[in-house]
Design a protein around this ligand. Sequence first.
Ligand code: ADP
Ligand code: MG
Length: 256
Amino acid sequence: MSTLIARNLTYSYSKKGQPVLNKVSVDIKPGTLTALVGPNGAGKSTLLRLMKGQTLPDKGEITIDGEIMDKSNCQVALMPQRSSMNWKFPITVENLVSLGKIKKTKSRTSLPFQIKDLLSRPNTWVNKCCEIEASMQRVGIASLAKRRLDSLSGGQQQRALLAKTLISSAKIFLLDEPCSALDPPARNDFLKIVRQIADSGLSVFISSHDWGSSLNAYDEVVVLDKKILASGAPNVIQERLDDICCLKDKNLCDCP
Ligand SMILES: Nc1ncnc2c1ncn2[C@@H]1O[C@H](COP(=O)(O)OP(=O)(O)O)[C@@H](O)[C@H]1O
Ligand SMILES: [Mg+2]
């Protein structure tokens, strides 16, 4: 199990621009389900990209189990924001999930899935198929394996994307607003699944617009608006609503 520690991350998109993240520190412990909440433009997606290693911070550092994280790390997986996906792409659920096994390689000659390798060692192929099946079962979509992505409901699509993310060898999962387009029942189903994943010892860090009693679904809550405004257990955050209700004006929440 892995612990990710981000310390004093500062990041600007341009040299002369104001930082969109200012001295942000976050700890992600094994087996925890954490909500990252903040208004639009608070820097949530930027922070997730930094924690995945896709973007380097201007200042600050990220360690995983005490080692400085580099771009090639495979301990962290990022499930992108729904709006960044082309949901009309003609692909079945099982093929989408299998894409999560493709290893990034610099070699131009390597084919997806290392096909040559798989054909020469049939057991490897069988193992991959079992992993795909297991990942779909884990999020309750095995019966949808042959369905096209564009024939699914929003909640089923998000679970398919989660299965693709989970099939990696990562221990820390960063999910960017996975529940943003889901109705309350689909949101609850999704949160039950990620709770089981966290209870199995993995870490799940979710950017979200949840607020008020919805935060009770999480172990920890981090409130971000370019800098960290508060962090702690949901009840601690709820007690501090008055301090952080400056966010109310920004439609983060329906706090009293
Ligand atoms: N690629 C980019 N280039 C320039 N500015 C960006 C880029 N992506 C995001 N921003 C800006 O950075 C800030 C934080 O954005 P983002 O991380 O997407 O916030 P959130 O996910 O909380 O809505 C916003 O002001 C946004 O306009
Ligand atoms: Mg975002």
